[in-house]
Design a protein around this ligand. Structure first.
Ligand code: TYC
Length: 127
């Protein structure tokens, strides 16, 4: 389990780098008479970003399906559904990732498309 997934307070008995084991309460009192306190490190879930694919009139359907299989690990069936959704509705979700992964995927889509002479475009949307 990663740090940001932890829901329960950590036991003071299980020390980490943030452990405060000053048993005198930090007040300089008699040793062994203080209260053991425990602070949790401030951790946050990473923000997630949708990679959105936009429709256009020129990119071949088969190329879009290929991209969804190759870069977004979709099955042929799932890729075809997403492609048709984008074709019919104008925009669709390819996947949801942390920022750097989403940015990289969107760039890879557009680089591959441009190499093949297709105008396919992707954008990111914060969830
Ligand atoms: N509209 C394109 C066509 O008819 C197919 C297409 C689908 C293009 C999805 C882009 O994101 C896209 N050839």
């Amino acid at each position: 389990m990663t740090e940001w997934q932890r829901q329960e307070p950590k036991s003071a008995l299980h020390g980490g780098p943030d452990r405060d084991d000053r048993k005198d309460g930090g007040d300089g009192g008699a040793p062994g008479t203080g209260v053991v306190t425990k602070t949790r490190p401030k951790t946050k879930k990473p923000s997630m970003y949708k990679v959105l694919m936009l429709n256009d009139d020129y990119t071949p359907m088969e190329f879009v399906v290929f991209i969804l299989e190759r870069l977004f690990n979709k099955s042929r069936e799932e890729a075809t559904q997403i492609m048709l959704h984008v074709h019919n509705r104008g925009v669709g979700v390819c996947g949801v990732y942390t920022y750097e992964v989403a940015e990289t995927k969107a760039t890879q889509v557009m680089d591959l498309a441009r190499k093949e002479g297709h105008p396919l475009q992707c954008t990111l949307e914060k969830e």
